[in-house]
Design a protein around this ligand. Structure first.
Ligand code: RP5
Length: 153
């Protein structure tokens, strides 16, 4: 089974990631959630990112608020695809997540991060599934089923 790592910049971000966790569960995709701060615990984040591929993860979803350097720093340490989710409410962003959106979307050329909408946790799961579906038949079938059900809702 493919595995997705979900990383948040703070424990305070975890509620915003619930739609992502639920969507991955619905699609039957294994996942692990952990909170690692890029600025408070940079060495821990480096250790995670450097070892992510060997640990069996195929995609990383990284969510953070404010100056959200988390996804970019992870992407700097791994070749795995990194999907960034800018968060609006966590930490009390005074600009409703625009800070995190720009931090994640405006990666300089050379180290890309896929950027979801502000609080786009559910789409992060679906985007991860689309990547995994290229290789994993079970995920492709689950994603096709979800898209069919969504179209008839
Ligand atoms: C970011 O700073 C985190 O992702 C969080 O959204 C924000 C505030 O974190 P806390 O101060 O609540 O831990 O790194």
């Amino acid at each position: 089974m493919p595995r997705v790592a979900i990383v948040t910049g703070s424990k305070s971000d975890l509620p915003a990631l619930e739609p992502c966790v639920q969507m991955l569960d619905e699609l039957g995709i294994e996942h692990e959630v952990q909170a690692i701060s890029a600025h408070r615990t940079p060495a821990k984040l480096q250790q995670f990112a450097v070892g992510a591929e060997e640990a069996g993860f195929e995609v990383v979803i990284a969510a953070a608020g404010m100056a959200a350097h988390l996804p970019g720093v992870i992407a700097a340490w791994t070749r795995l695809p990194v999907i960034g989710v800018p968060l609006a409410q966590a930490g009390g962003s005074s600009v409703s997540g625009l800070d995190a959106l720009l931090s994640i979307a405006q990666m300089p050329p050379g180290v890309p991060v896929g950027c979801m909408a502000v609080n786009g946790a559910k789409n992060a799961a679906l985007y991860a599934a689309a990547i995994l579906a290229l290789k994993h038949d079970g995920v492709r079938k689950a994603l096709e089923k979800f898209r069919k059900e969504q179209a008839s809702a």
